[in-house]
Design a protein around this ligand. Sequence first.
Ligand code: AMP
Ligand code: ZN
Length: 468
Amino acid sequence: MKIYNTLTKRKEEFVPLEEGKVRMYVCGPTVYNLIHIGNARPMIVFDTVRRYFTYKGYDVNYVSNFTDVDDKIIKKAIEEGVSADEISTRYIAECKKDMEGMNVQPATVHPLATQEIGGMIEMIQTLIDKGFAYPAPDGTVYFRVSRFPEYGKLSHKNLEDLQSGFRAIMVSGEEQKEDPADFVLWKPKKEGEPYWDSPWCQGRPGWHIECSVMAKKYLGEEIDIHAGGEDLIFPHHENEIAQSECCNGRMFARYWMHNAFLNIDNRKMSKSLGNFHTVREISEQYDLQVLRFFMLSAHYRSPLNFSAPLMESARTSLERIVEAADRLKDRAAGQETQLLDSEKALLEEAARFTADFEAAMDDDFNTADALAAVFELVKFSNTHAGDGCSAAFAGALLDQLTMLTQILGLKVSREEQILDEEIEDLIAQRQAARKAKDFARADEIRQELLEKGIALKDTREGVKWQRI
Ligand code: AMP
Ligand code: ZN
């Protein structure tokens, strides 16, 4: 299996630290709003990477944080007149709903920055003790980049260039830095902000230190893969490396993976341009499986452009797979349970699509080519699993199609494709039946939904449903 490593700028054979195990850390979102479709890209991409490792027999420990203390969260809390905690709790819950809709599996652990402050203070103290960090008179603690000769190795930047760049943009208050490229590990509180006691001042951690600490706590000092969007390479990941390697005295992550950006109509997505879509907005128009399909239709290191026609084409393509699965399912319910001789040879031929799929995924997770292999299988099924094929043959092709699409996290059976509106519609019908005292019909609808993987709960606020 080959992975493109940002650190070496090469595709490298994946060799785990411990046989059969993958320790993987993915930087998660800052939770001050509904996540946007740009945030969805690393979620979907690295969830697929995780699923593929699992398919290959690895035991994956997948850690992804929520940044729940940050300027943007505090700003939003002040705007709404509520606590920062209320904002982050609300948007973590919303993010988890979106993740579920996109079929992104929950991480093994989703640590929260605010729950790990003790570990951060400890790491900062170690860095100070070892001479890699220093407190300024106002209680800010800075990392001393000049003490880490490898600073810049991930982003392939040169320290002198960085120093002159930072010197040009120094703002007041930063004169206390020894070097313009030094970065913050701990900062003093401002009025009305959440804060914690520390040996240096009451304040809060810088952003970078949280990931170094959480990765160490949940995965160990040395990890296999660290991932995130390409905007995180500098300074975030560069600074994580500096902190972790200076504190622990060993290499931090072996492989650094970064997804390219998602643009909208060929422009950078930004609030000021107004071309901003949340995942929630998209879910009102499309099943989020379509969004997932769309994201996987490009290689994760290629920039991807989001547009309505491309989403429509993703919808049509996904529908082709669903229709093929549907047909195979019907045929697999047929009478003839023995494979015909001609079908045995055809199944051997179809094994090629799994091999092609694996070859694509083994080559730095080329999901675009992996999807092409899925479509070859769809075409093959449509051609060969027609009238008169055995149930066993259709069943075998369906199993193969299901296995490959599951690795990509795509749900292709009709039952799984049930849309929110259909669910709401059935719930309304059930309520009407209950009102008319037709309890048999009401139960029937509940059962029908259950078979489609939807559980109902009657609460005081009305009927709630959830996918199970
Ligand atoms: P943030 O909440 O800004 O820290 O972002 C969370 C994750 O989403 C990070 O891995 C970012 O790199 C990634 N991300 C943000 N915007 C985009 C985008 N437009 N395209 C792809 N990834 C993005
Ligand atoms: Zn991070």
